[in-house]
Design a protein around this ligand. Sequence first.
Ligand code: ATP
Length: 442
Amino acid sequence: MKDKMAKIISLAKRRGFIFPSSEIYGGFGSSYDFGPLGVEMKRNIKQAWWIEMIKNHENVFGLDAAILMNPKVWQASGHLTAGFADTLVECKACHKRFKKDEITGKCCPECGGEITEPRKFNLMMKTFTGPLEDEASITYLRAETCQGIYMNFENVQKSMRLKIPFGVAQIGKAFRNEITPKNFIFRTREFEQMELQWFCHPREVDKWFDFWKKERINWYGVLGMQQKNLRAIEVPAKERAHYAQKQVDIEYHFPWGWGEIEGVHNRGDWDLSNHAKHSGKDLRYFDEETQEKYYPHVVETSVGVERSLLAFLIDSYQEVKGGRTKTTKATKEVEVLLKLDKKLAPIKVVVLPLVRNKPYLVKKAKEVYKLLKPHFVSLYDEVSSIGRRYRRADESGVPYALTVDFESLEKEDLTLRDRDTMEQERIAMKDLVKVLKDKLEG
Ligand code: ATP
């Protein structure tokens, strides 16, 4: 199974999805850069989530809050105290830190050195604001995006004249000084979250929790994730996040085992009531109809962009033995197919002249590429045999390949090849944009 991860990592680099950060300096911890295909795929995931939240649900509005906030936010939210800390031991010789439960004996697993007593280590990333690096200028990179939503709960509610229940959705970077980042982009120190905070009446929180849990599990299925690789697990009290009264983890079956891709939490009034206490500001909601004043309870859905991207990549990865394309060489090899949902596929269409040594074919193919470019993320590819180019497109998850051949010039049409079925049909040039729009968006 490790083998599968090695293949995914290699494909991700080869095809321009994900590169190790600062690679010429030997990389940097768990940092990764998203290449031309990776950045498109990330945008597609975020777009799919945004549309799902803002357009497909009523009473959900967007927000983009700052990463840097008053450090008092993190005091009130419980992130600076034990609630957001790991218990670690440190090797006195090599100073490497390990989670307590990773150590079986009394020695460092790396160098055999003596280890310290366990102590709490906070996961918040510290930084300084302004020119002075003193206590007063310490602040933190946010560890979850939702605190920005709580800070703006009243601003959003009043400016949009909202009545409970309503939701605020946000996508943005979060940072955690993870002790053991691992499994490629599964656990990193810098990542993006897509979070919804749904504010509701305390009496209705269980009903909404079930509603959002179902909605969120469905979302993965709609984007093509295989049901057998998805499950929802209720987290027992002692393992829950410090703010959660109830927690369901949506998990994906990764090559190394089941792992969380999204958390659905009932945060109760933990955040609003703590912020009210610490700031002295009354953050209760006033219901004019019932004349009731209360802290809304919150259902949170929180998913990592990179973690879900990794799950979508793994889920769509297929190897076809014996070859799909009909070139003699290729049939002896295993061909890789990335069967990504069309909405998530980074490149929607690739334009190929049948051969590149016929200037009139190349000219026509470039015209087609120019025609499509404003409508779809497209590629033009003329290097190597047509079979190899189909394979490159399949590996990159491109749903449609368009080939301009000798007939194209007389008939003003071209061949459209479907990535999944490999069926080919001729499409008139004049209908091309419409046909592709219907296929990709219909
Ligand atoms: P884990 O137990 O795996 O560390 P968590 O329970 O701390 O995750 P949450 O705080 O619920 O995670 O965050 C919600 C989502 O944010 C996770 O489901 C995951 O998709 C993403 N996420 C959290 N931590 C990381 C990380 N270090 N790297 C990448 N994604 C992360």
